[in-house]
Design a protein around this ligand. Structure first.
Ligand SMILES: [Mn+2]
Length: 331
C-alpha cells in the first residue's frame, strides 16, 4: 500500500467531492461490515451528504442493537441507481457485496476500503491495509486524518466501530490484536462507545434453544486420532428436537479447542439441502487447506465448507481422512 496518510487523504477527497453516496459492506454482514457501514453513513450525513446505506440479508439478531440500523436498506437496491460515489467496505472483490453491479456501474467514484490479506484493487480509490485488525480500525484512522476539521466519531459511531473491532479480533484474542487495535479501541471507549451494551448483547446473550443445542453438541463430541481431533455431528433430528436452525450454532465449534491436546475441531451439520462443516485449529494446523480440499475456504485457524452432493457419513469419513493426514504430520 502507498503511504497510509496519502491513501486516507484520497478517501477524504472522494467524501468531499461526492454528493449522493451508496455505502455497503459484504453479504451477510458481520459486526465489522455493519458497524463500518453505519459509522460511515452517519459521518456522511454529518457532512451534509445524501446517503443510501445498504446491507444484504440477513442481519444477525446480535447486531440489531447497533445505533442507526433503521437507516439501512436491507436487501433493497434502488431500481435505477444514480449514485456519484459508492463506498464498499470489507469487500475483497467487487462481487462480495452481492448483486450490486448496477450500483457499481453507476458510480463515478468507487471507493474500496478493506483489510483482507487478499483483496482486489477494484476501486477508483483503494485503501487496503492487511495490517489493520478490522475495517473499523481503518475508519477510525480515517477520522483521525480529517485534518483541520478535526472530525471524531460521535458516541454512536464509536459504538459501531468498537463493535467491528471487538468482533474481528474475537474480543481482543486473535493474532490481529495489535497495539494499534488496542489504541483505537481505547480511543473509541474514550469517545463514548457503549461497551457494556456491546459485551452484553454480543457475548452474554444466548437463547434457551441455543444453550440446549450447545448441550446436545457437547454430549455428542467425540475425540479421535490420539485426542488431537474433536468431531461434533449435529443431525437434522438434533435441530428438530429443539426447534433450532443450523444458524444457531455460533461458538460451538470453538469449545473443543479448549481441551489441551486438541489441534483440530470440526462441527458437522446435517442441513436440509447440504452438509456444512466448520473447522477450527488451535494454531499448529492450517484448517483452510483442509476446507479447500472440499471446495471451501477461510483462515488458518477458522475455515469451513459445504457439501451438497454427499451424505452426512460420506462427509464425516472423508473429512476424518483429510484431518488424519494433517494431524499425523504435526510434531
Ligand atoms: Mn473485517
Amino acid at each position: 500500500m502507498e503511504n497510509r496518510t496519502e491513501s486516507l487523504q484520497k478517501i477524504w477527497q472522494a467524501l468531499h467531492l461526492g454528493k449522493k453516496f451508496f455505502v455497503a459492506g459484504h453479504l451477510n454482514p458481520d459486526g465489522d461490515s455493519l458497524g463500518c457501514t453505519l459509522a460511515v453513513t452517519s459521518l456522511l450525513e454529518r457532512l451534509g451528504k445524501t446517503v443510501y446505506a445498504y446491507a444484504a440479508p440477513a442481519i444477525g439478531a446480535d447486531l440489531k442493537f447497533l445505533p442507526g440500523l433503521s437507516k439501512v436498506h436491507v436487501g433493497e437496491i434502488p431500481p435505477a441507481p444514480d449514485f456519484d460515489t459508492v463506498i464498499l467496505l470489507e469487500c475483497s472483490d467487487r462481487q462480495r457485496g452481492g448483486n450490486l453491479e448496477a450500483v457499481l456501474a453507476s458510480a463515478k467514484t468507487l471507493v474500496n476500503i478493506d483489510h483482507h490479506l487478499v483483496s482486489d484493487a477494484y476501486g477508483h480509490v483503494n485503501h487496503i491495509d492487511s495490517g489493520a485488525s478490522s475495517t473499523a480500525e481503518i475508519i477510525f484512522q480515517l477520522f483521525e486524518a480529517s485534518g483541520e476539521e478535526g472530525l471524531l466519531p460521535t458516541p454512536d459511531e464509536a459504538t459501531c466501530l468498537y463493535t467491528g473491532l471487538v468482533t474481528d479480533t474475537g474480543r481482543f484474542v486473535h493474532s490481529n490484536t495489535t497495539a494499534e487495535a488496542l489504541r483505537v479501541a481505547s480511543a473509541l471507549v474514550a469517545l463514548g462507545a457503549d461497551i457494556q451494551q456491546i459485551n452484553q448483547v454480543i457475548y452474554f446473550t444466548k437463547s434457551y434453544i441455543e444453550l440446549k443445542l450447545l448441550g446436545r453438541a457437547l454430549e455428542k463430541m467425540e475425540m479421535r486420532f490420539d485426542n488431537k481431533y474433536s468431531q461434533i455431528i449435529l443431525t437434522k433430528r438434533d435441530f428438530e428436537t429443539f426447534g433450532a436452525t443450523p444458524a444457531q450454532t455460533q461458538g460451538i465449534v470453538s469449545q473443543p479447542t479448549m481441551i489441551p491436546g486438541v489441534e483440530i475441531s470440526a462441527l458437522i451439520k446435517e442441513e436440509t439441502d447440504k452438509v456444512s462443516v466448520n473447522l477450527r485449529s488451535r494454531g499448529s494446523a492450517d484448517v483452510s487447506r483442509i476446507a479447500q480440499q472440499f471446495g471451501g475456504g477461510g483462515h488458518a485457524r477458522a475455515a469451513g465448507f459445504k457439501a451438497t452432493n454427499k451424505t452426512l457419513s460420506e462427509v464425516t469419513d472423508e473429512l476424518a481422512e483429510a484431518v488424519q493426514h494433517v494431524v499425523k504430520q504435526l510434531p
